[in-house]
Structures are given as structure tokens and as C-alpha cells.
Write a protein that binds this ligand. Structure first.
Ligand code: RFL
Ligand code: PHB
Length: 394
């Protein structure tokens, strides 16, 4: 069966859904194809921190209602090292900006609901997705749905299918330049049914390794521990996890870790990755399909939304004024932000994790933390990156 749309979108993660939603508001048609089921997409636990600009965009585009009700506005974070807490006050350092703690899967749920309510088309549970004729003026997405072969002919294809998707590998060899850095550590993450131990996020550097106290709601905590990339989760019974978290997060101010039943566990590898350019022919890559950042800066989802914002503006100019100049500059515009976010994520990661680089490097990272928490200029730099850099005018 053949279909025709303006923008064909591969992937119903935050990037693909947000794009489809923004395009709809601009009067541009799109169809999304997703190889997982709706329920799976709506329950995949991932990110939890939204930059001020991401949260604002959800509200301005009419999908922020539940986030405004249930999300938690945070005015800062704690950096904990040598057993002592240092608070960074974001509004004070950034002229009033904050962050929003709201689960990525809730953003996904809200976007799917909005798309379906507005008559949007999403094909879930599809198989054998392929993109074809991407250098022609009528690129196609082919796939199997409910045992039937289907094809969508479009004007442009948005590759929003994440790091393991098929869009990026569909670009011929030699076109993309790959930049990659693999870290010698990973994160063991848990979801626990217990109130957060602190009202804001706590990033801890400790001799035993990094740890992070985050949350999802007033009664759900999300906690992470630096571990080995080859760590076997089976070797981490709940007791061992709590014990390790307690050791790493110990503080000198009478603070105590709240413990409770663990409902989910997983190990996430850490990498920095990106391709240049983020486009080939009429295939445009956005979000994790084009770049990965280590989670220490809480940037992945936000960067995906930033790409989508640019692409939505670029196609708007194409349909309303026949202009392709912004589409031609898509990659260049996105990459300026992507590299700055790569820098920030790499920097936060290096500063906070324990590596085997030796005692000199250990002391330098501690000095860096000392600097960041004692110099107004250095804390401002961290804060303005964490709440989200401003958008360059396009
Ligand atoms: P996604 O979310 O991976 O969505 C891609 C979608 O494409 C589908 N797909 C395909 N569909 C059709 N055909 C194919 N061949 C397909 N192959 C794949 C997938 O099923 C999926 O539905 O990418 P997107 O939209 O670019 O969004 C990116 C974010 O998901 C990601 O960057 C963040 O989750 C990263 N991240 C964090 N980002 C933040 O901004 N703040 C955080 O606090 C934060 N914490 C995290 C994170 C990622 C983590 N993990 C598990 C990687 C914490 C963790 C632990
Ligand atoms: C999370 O809550 O999952 C989270 C928060 C901050 C990060 C990474 C992950 O830097």
C-alpha cells in the first residue's frame, strides 16, 4: 500500500514525536513509523531532566499541561565532594532560569496522546523499515505493518530512530565523519519506591566512584552509580547497591540516604558520539540518531528537541516560501549547539568520575570542583549550560 506525506518520520521517541507535533501546528503533514509497540515506548525509563527551553517549548506548543501539574521545578543542583555539599542556585546564576524534572516516558506519553487526538498517524510495531531514494526529490520509507508491505513517499525524511536505528547507516560509506569517545566506565541505574533523599539532584564525586541522586516524583527516586562497562547486573543484589550508594554519598552534615524497594535496574554504557554532517540528500538526522552524549550533563533529550526545533523551522520556510537555504544550513546550525553540548557533557563526566588516570588527574578534578563551586564565573558557566544554552537566531 502506498501513502504520501510531506515529512516521513522514522522513530517515535521524543525527537520524532515532538517533530510531528510541531509540524502539525505549522500545518505540515507527517507520518511516523516506529518498530516498537506504543506501550513499550510509553514505559521506557530514560531521561528525567528538561532544560528550561525544552519545558517552555512543551508548554508553548500545548503539550505541557500534565508536566506543569506533575513535574518538579528545580532551582539548582548540589555538587558533593570530599563529603561536603555545594549548592548551585540556577535562577540566581542565569537570570531566572531553572530546570524541570519530568520523566522522558511521560513526555512521550503526552506527545503520543496529543498526536492521536489531533489525527496524527503513527504506525507502531512495524518491521523491516528502510529508507530509499534519499537523494531524489521523492524519498521513500518502506516497512511491514500487520503483515502488509507499505511505502510512504515524502518530500523529506526525518531520521529520529535513535543510536541503533537504520537511518544513519543508510547513508553511503564515506559521507559521514564520525567522532567518538568511549569512556572506561558505565552507570548502574535504579528506580526505587522511596521519597528522594534530597529536594534537588546531588552529583557526587567520591574515591569509590561517581554517584547521582535523582528522582522522578515525590515518592520515586532515580539513583546511579559509576560501575564497570562490563558489570554484570546479577552481581548487584539490592543490598550491595544501597551499601555502595551509602558509602559514596556520605556527607558531613547529618544527611542520610533514604532506602526503599528497587523496581528497576540496568547498566548504561557511556559514550560521546556524533556524525558530521547530520544530513544527506533529503534525509535529516536528529537526536540520538546523529549524536550521543554521556548522561552526566542531562542533555540527550534536550539536544534532540533542539535539532527538531531547527528542522521544523527549516521545512516551514520551505513550504511557506519555497526557500531551501535553512534546510541547507540545518547541519551547520545544529552542530554548533551539538559541539557545545558535547563539550559540556564530556567535561561534567570527566570532572565527576573516577578514572585510572592517576593521582594527578584526581587532584585536578577536585580542584576543578573546588573552582566551580567557589568562583561566580565558573558556577555561572556550569549553570548556563545545565539550564540550556540560549538558541542562536537562525
Ligand atoms: P530515542 O528515544 O532512542 O527514540 C528513537 C525511537 O526510534 C525507534 N526505532 C525505530 N523505529 C523504526 N524503525 C527502526 N529501524 C527503528 N530503530 C529504532 C526506537 O524504538 C525509539 O522509539 O531517540 P530520540 O528521540 O533521539 O531521543 C533521545 C533521548 O531518548 C536520549 O537522548 C535521552 O534519553 C538521553 N538521556 C538523558 N537525556 C536528557 O536530556 N536528560 C537526562 O536526564 C537523560 N538521562 C538518558 C538519561 C539516557 C539514558 N539511557 C538509558 C541511554 C539517562 C539514561 C540512563
Ligand atoms: C535522571 O534523573 O535520570 C538523570 C538526571 C540527571 C542526569 C542524568 C540522568 O545527569
Amino acid at each position: 500500500m502506498h501513502m504520501r506525506t510531506q515529512i516521513g518520520i522514522v522513530g517515535a521517541g521524543p525527537a520524532g514525536l515532538m517533530l510531528s507535533h510541531l509540524l502539525h501546528l505549522q500545518g505540515i503533514e507527517s507520518i511516523i513509523v516506529e518498530n516498537r509497540g506504543r506501550e513499550y515506548c510509553e514505559n521506557r525509563v530514560r531521561a528525567g531532566v528538561l532544560e528550561q527551553g525544552t519545558a517552555d517549548l512543551l508548554v508553548e506548543s500545548g503539550v505541557g499541561e500534565r508536566m506543569q501539574r506533575e513535574g518538579l521545578i528545580h532551582h539548582g543542583i548540589y555538587l558533593r565532594f570530599r563529603g561536603r555539599d555545594h549548592h548551585l542556585n540556577f535562577p540566581e546564576l542565569t537570570g531566572g532560569k531553572s530546570i524541570m524534572v519530568y520523566s522522558q516516558h511521560d513526555v512521550v506519553k503526552d506527545l503520543i496522546a496529543a498526536r492521536l487526538k489531533d489525527g496524527g498517524q503513527i504506525f507502531f510495531d512495524v518491521k523491516d523499515v528502510a529508507v530509499q531514494d534519499i537523494t531524489s526529490s521523492a524519498p521513500r520509507i518502506r516497512f511491514q505493518s500487520a503483515g502488509e508491505s507499505r511505502e510512504i513517499v515524502c518530500d523529506y525524511i526525518a531520521g529520529c530512530d535513535g543510536f541503533h536505528g537504520i537511518c544513519r547507516p543508510s547513508i553511503p560509506a564515506g559521507v559521514l565523519r564520525v567522532f567518538e569517545k568511549i569512556y572506561p566506565f558505565a552507570w548502574l541505574g535504579i528506580l526505587a519506591q522511596v521519597a528522594p533523599s534530597c529536594e534537588e539532584l546531588v552529583y557526587t564525586r567520591h574515591e569509590r566512584g561517581f554517584s547521582l541522586l535523582s528522582m522522578r516524583s515525590p515518592d520515586t527516586s532515580r539513583l546511579y552509580l559509576q560501575c564497570d562497562p562490563s558489570e554484570d547486573i546479577e552481581e548487584w543484589p539490592d543490598d550491595r547497591i544501597w551499601n555502595e550508594l551509602r558509602l559514596r554519598t556520605a556527607a558531613d552534615n547529618g544527611w542520610a540516604l533514604k532506602e526503599g524497594p528497587i523496581s528497576q535496574k540496568g547498566v548504561t554504557a557511556m559514550r560521546s558520539f556524533l556524525v558530521e554532517p547530520m544530513q544527506y540528500g533529503r534525509l535529516f538526522l536528529m537526536g540520538d540518531a546523529a549524536h550521543i552524549v554521556p548522561p552526566t550533563g542531562a542533555k540527550g533529550l534536550n539536544l534532540a528537541v533542539a535539532d527538531v526545533r531547527i528542522f521544523a523551522q527549516a521545512v516551514d520556510l520551505f513550504y511557506k516560501q519555497g526557500r531551501t537555504d535553512l534546510l541547507e544550513r540545518y547541519s551547520e546550525i545544529c552542530l554548533r549547539r551539538v559541539w557545545k553540548v558535547q563539550r559540556f557533557s564530556w567535561w561534567m563526566t570527566s570532572m565527576l568520575h573516577r578514572s585510572d588516570e592517576g593521582e594527578f588527574s584526581e587532584r585536578v578534578h577536585l580542584a576543578e570542583l573546588d573552582y566551580v563551586t567557589s568562583s561566580r564565573a565558573a558556577s555561572t558557566s556550569l549553570a548556563e549550560n545545565y539550564v540550556g544554552l540560549p538558541f542562536d537566531p537562525v
